[in-house]
Design a protein around this ligand. Structure first.
Ligand code: HEM
Length: 430
């Protein structure tokens, strides 16, 4: 089948008029090109743009240039995470109940982050290489044997969940449950995934839960049971590390700190890594000459991984809140305003990337902002994600003789996660 131009071949030629740009309208995120057309217009015409939002929200500043994103992300004193990091506006009471390390700044943030820093550092992650390669081989052998299959279901979705199960030291039988929770929680604006939609009245009942999702309660229960079993033991899994250490500021984790930390671990790495793998596969399908280059020279894969991450931009944005009046991009931002870094837009900034709409697996000096930029919150799992993606494509590329798309590629309805729900393919094995 023919593939609709995705991520833009057309964007530069066909940017959306500024008057039609609306980053708060989720319908604009249902296809693979409108978001990129909006970002293009904003970077060129109004790089720090005031975006109105439907009530009860009060609007936000959309920061779309690479340099401005870096400025916001580096300056946690002016642009705090403690007022919440998604677009949803929450009161102080909700913040207290829902805050994870994403919503902390300063000493407490560093202390909480350092509890798991080593587990996500090079030494530990490199020690997973054999496990990851074994898992990848198993996943690919099962999928490729089918010939025709949904790449999301058979390859991208299971893989990061299996890794998470290993990090948490839980049995593989729990994987499907972990996938469903992730979908229901992160997909809270997509009716195909969420049981309670974020914008629905019913979600009021769940206002004190992460992502206003009732699935959060199930994740808490699951995490608490693990914590009960691991407390006082000598395990090296993430839960054992959380329950058997005191943060270096001396303030122990409360039950609620543990719940929210655990939930973040369950949701942070799965959707994001899954969608990156899917977007990368789609990009290789759309650019067969790039796939051929990787087949000819597999040593390019680590360089390609950075391009995959730039291209995929699986997290559209994170939010900060101004702690004082400040100028940014010639705009006057007031204390209390929401300031939203659109990483996906930064990843197509012509000031930083030569031919940003070219998918180029040999791109050097790829300064993408997919994991954040100079932030104290820079993705804790970035090395793990990079390693997973690298090993996946090191194993996948040599196995493919030919691959073609056999159906539609539906998107997640979200302006937070840039997700693909299905990628139907037919593969001939090399
Ligand atoms: C391609 C995959 C991934 C992407 C694009 C991604 C993206 C991000 C971004 C942009 C942030 C910064 C949020 C902010 O500044 O407010 C972040 C934070 C975080 N990520 Fe990732 N992530 C990915 C994979 C993972 C994985 C595999 C894990 C671990 C299982 C993980 C765990 C975390 C955690 C715990 C934080 C919070 C760090 C902090 O607040 O100090 N992520 N991620």
């Amino acid at each position: 089948m023919t593939i609709a131009p995705d991520h833009i071949a057309g964007t530069a030629a066909e940017p959306l008029p500024l008057a039609d740009v609306n980053l708060a309208d989720l319908d604009n995120f249902a296809d693979g090109s409108t978001p990129w057309r909006m970002f293009h217009t904003l970077r060129h015409e109004d790089p720090v743009h005031w975006q109105e939002e439907p009530a009860p929200n009060s609007g936000f500043w959309a920061v779309t240039r690479h340099a401005d994103i870096a400025r916001v992300d580096r300056d946690a004193e002016t642009f705090t995470s403690t007022k919440f990091t998604n677009l949803e506006e929450v009161d102080e009471d909700q913040i207290k109940k829902r805050a994870s390390i994403l919503e902390l700044d300063g000493v407490r943030h560093r202390a909480m982050r350092s509890l798991l820093q080593r587990q996500f550092g090079a030494k530990v992650i490199n020690s997973y290489a054999d496990f990851l390669r074994g898992l990848t081989t198993k996943t690919l052998d099962a999928a490729l044997a089918k010939g025709s299959f949904d790449f999301v279901k058979e390859v991208s979705a299971d893989f990061p969940i299996n890794v998470l199960a290993r990090l948490l030291d839980v049995p593989p039988e729990d994987n499907q449950q972990l996938i469903d929770w992730g979908n229901r929680i992160i997909g809270n604006t997509d009716p195909d995934y969420a049981d309670v939609l974020l914008e629905s009245e019913e979600s009021e009942k769940y206002r004190d839960l992460p992502f206003r999702s009732p699935a959060s309660l199930e994740v808490f229960e699951y995490g608490r049971e693990l914590a009960r079993r691991r407390r006082g033991g000598d395990g090296t899994d993430l839960v054992s590390r959380l329950v058997n250490q005191t943060p270096r500021d001396g303030v122990p984790l409360s039950a609620q700190d543990f719940d929210n930390y655990f939930l973040l671990l369950v949701v942070a790495g799965n959707e994001t890594t899954r969608h990156t793998i899917t977007h990368s596969m789609l990009a290789l399908l759309q650019h067969p000459e790039q796939l051929a280059r990787l087949q000819e020279d597999p040593s390019l894969v680590p360089t390609a991984v950075e391009e995959f991450l730039r291209w995929a931009s699986p997290v559209y944005h994170f939010r900060r809140t101004a702690t004082r009046d400040v100028e940014l991009g010639g705009k006057h931002i007031k204390e209390g305003d929401k300031v939203v870094m659109w990483y996906a837009s930064g990843n197509r900034d012509e000031a930083v990337f030569t031919n940003p709409y070219d998918f180029d697996v040999t791109r050097a000096d790829n300064d993408h902002v997919t994991f954040g930029k100079g932030s104290p919150h820079l993705c804790l799992g970035n090395l793990l994600a990079r390693t997973e993606i690298r090993i996946m494509f090191e194993e996948l590329i040599p196995r493919i003789s030919s691959i073609r798309l056999t159906g539609e590629v539906p998107r997640v309805r979200s302006n937070f996660v840039n997700g693909i729900k299905k990628l139907p393919v037919e593969v001939t094995v090399a």
